[in-house]
Write a protein that binds this ligand. Structure first.
Ligand code: DON
Length: 576
């Protein structure tokens, strides 16, 4: 009897201890809230598309079912997002694709916007040298030369298998037939209604009052897409569509000319490839900072046993925050368009360089961002987005992030053509030391110059495990993209979460400047936040902030595919 009582007490003691350990990571009320929010994983045998809209995922899958490959599905999904998710899906923006073929070949496509030929270093400064921040965000001056149409045709030429007419046919039909407005979409359209009117000075289909369940038809976009389908890339960069676009831009303060469109080229680039423990990670290279920052952060945290510390435990948050702080400090100084600036990529990712970066880190006290600068490299002269992931039945995998930058970009809507134009020029460092819309502070490497690409944070990423494709992942979120991708990979790899749990889990973010850790609201235990404040961290938990909207696909041990479509949006995984 005594023995039994002892055993019982021991069991209670052990389970209490575990409870305390878990509580330290995340409180029970938070856990239950997350559980209530978590979507069920989507599992498929052969192929899958995960994107921000059900219509786009469906069209991508339709192309795969017709025998098309992931690259054909990329073109269809990208364009279907332009129709059904005009908040970020686009013809008037740009993006990046990272791919891995069924044969293990890897590559990356840069279809990022470029500064127009008439752009200049100080174009957003007034006569006293002050940054006129509105100018790089709204209206004609904010627009970079769009890259998306060049991007889809570059993909088609190199890797596509079906005729372009066949790929675009369901998208053209969708624009004509219309898509059903979701609750989140209705809210956003209402929110921007007045801004659209103020910016465009004329009503359009986007200035009507919409409610959930209404259908939005875009016949102008359907006509534009039909012309592109018939006449190819030249329709946008040399043809009628381009001419209409330039005419519209020039009557709206824009500086982009036909010469800019003629000169635009998407560029195939080598992705950033690095190891984290047994994983091989393939991510986007400059002009995105995504791959380099992700690599730096993962390499800086690699020596710390974060699995033992626990998911979102205070020690894990400290290690990740301090690694992020250091990587974003380097980002601001070293990174820009590789066609214009010399980036010391090898050094930035080398063990020698990175091993010194965490020397001053201590669990006792936060490092102050103002005391930390970019690392010194001897000999170096200073000089609202959307993501989708596709895996096809052949084994090709892609990760694509595409954007207009802010919500509906510059808010300029080319009524005759049916699409919005980006405000990607705000991603440049308009004035060194002054923050852009994401609070990012940049330097000379990301200053404005004609034809230069603005630095991005987009991080479309593929992961291999034991030499085989394992995961495709990415997200919108501006400067928070890199840290959201990072946490999702760690959630799956270190904390054994399913893909769906990994994308749904609460996230936090630090970007060197401003020197704050941002937490998703009501997702982290109050005592954890208090603990961090006591260590000198500035904690921000804004009410309506979400950090990223991650979509991903993971290969399960039985070879099936598991999709993770972020609970924070209308994101949908569809497979077969
Ligand atoms: O390229 C970039 O880093 C930004 N233009 C991305 C913008 C973005 O993610 C907005 N969505 N929330």
């Amino acid at each position: 009897m005594k023995k039994l009582l002892f055993l019982l007490i021991t069991i209670i003691f052990i389970s209490c201890k575990q409870e305390i350990k878990n509580t330290e990571a995340i409180s029970p009320e938070v856990t239950s809230q997350i559980k209530a929010d978590v979507k069920k994983s989507t599992i498929a045998d052969k192929a899958m598309v995960v994107s921000a809209r059900e219509e786009a995922s469906k069209i991508g899958i339709e192309i795969l079912k017709k025998g098309g490959n992931a690259f054909d599905a990329m073109i269809a999904t990208e364009m279907a997002l332009a129709v059904s998710f005009p908040f970020a899906g686009n013809l008037g923006g740009g993006g990046f694709m990272v791919y891995r073929t069924q044969y293990g070949e890897i590559g990356a496509l840069d279809y990022r916007e470029k500064a127009p030929l008439a752009a200049s270093r100080d174009m957003y400064l007034d006569e006293n040298g002050n940054f006129i921040s509105e100018k790089s965000k709204v209206g004609g001056m904010a627009v970079g030369v769009p890259g998306t149409i060049a991007g889809i045709f570059a993909v088609h030429e190199k890797l596509g298998s079906l005729p372009i007419e066949e790929i675009l046919e369901p998208v053209i039909a969708l624009a004509k037939r219309g898509f059903v407005i979701t609750r989140k979409q209705a809210k956003r359209l209402t929110h921007y209604n007045q801004v659209f009117l103020d910016t465009n000075k004329e009503p359009s289909i986007f200035t009507k009052a919409y409610k959930e369940g209404d259908t939005l038809k875009n016949s102008a976009l359907s006509t534009t897409l039909s012309r592109i389908s018939q006449n190819g890339r030249a329709e946008f960069y040399n043809g009628k569509t381009g001419e209409k676009l330039i005419k519209y831009l020039q009557s709206n303060n824009g500086i982009i000319t036909m010469q800019d469109l003629n000169a635009y080229e998407a560029v195939w680039r080598d992705p950033i490839v690095f190891n984290y423990k047994e994983l091989k990670i393939i991510s986007m290279s400059p002009p995105s900072s995504g791959g380099i920052c992700l690599a730096q952060i993962l390499k800086l945290i690699e020596p710390f046993p974060i699995k033992e510390y626990g998911h979102n435990s205070v020690k894990t948050i400290q290690v990740i925050t301090e690694a992020e702080r250091r990587a974003y400090a380097d980002r601001s100084f070293y990174l820009g368009d590789p066609d214009f600036v010399d980036i010391p990529v090898e050094t930035l990712l080398s063990d020698d360089y990175l091993s010194g970066r965490m020397d001053d880190f201590s669990f006792d006290k936060a490092t102050a961002s103002e005391s930390l600068s970019y690392g010194s490299i001897p000999g170096y002269e200073s000089d609202e987005t959307t993501h989708y992931s596709i895996v096809d039945q052949f084994g090709n995998a892609i990760a694509v992030t595409t954007t207009l930058n802010g919500a509906y970009g510059s808010k300029l809507y080319v009524k005759e053509l049916g699409f919005f134009l980006n405000n990607e020029m705000d991603d440049f460092s308009a004035k060194p030391g002054t923050a852009n819309m994401f609070g990012l502070v940049g330097g000379e490497a990301n200053s404005i110059a004609p034809q230069k690409r603005m630095l991005s944070s987009m991080t479309p990423t593929l992961v291999e495990k034991n030499g085989k494709f394992w995961m495709t992942v990415g997200t919108p979120g501006g400067s928070k993209i890199i840290t959201s991708v990072l946490q999702t990979i760690l959630n799956v790899y270190e904390y054994d979460m399913t893909m769906q749990e990994a994308v749904d889990a609460p996230r936090f973010h630090h970007q060197w400047l401003p020197d704050v850790i941002r937490f998703e609201p009501n997702s982290f235990p109050k005592d954890s936040l208090k603990y961090l404040e006591n260590k000198g961290y500035i904690v921000e938990e804004k009410k309506s902030t979400i950090i990223g909207k991650v979509d991903g696909i993971k290969i399960l041990p039985n070879g099936k595919l598991e999709g993770g479509a972020d609970r924070r949006g209308d994101d949908t995984a569809i497979g077969f």
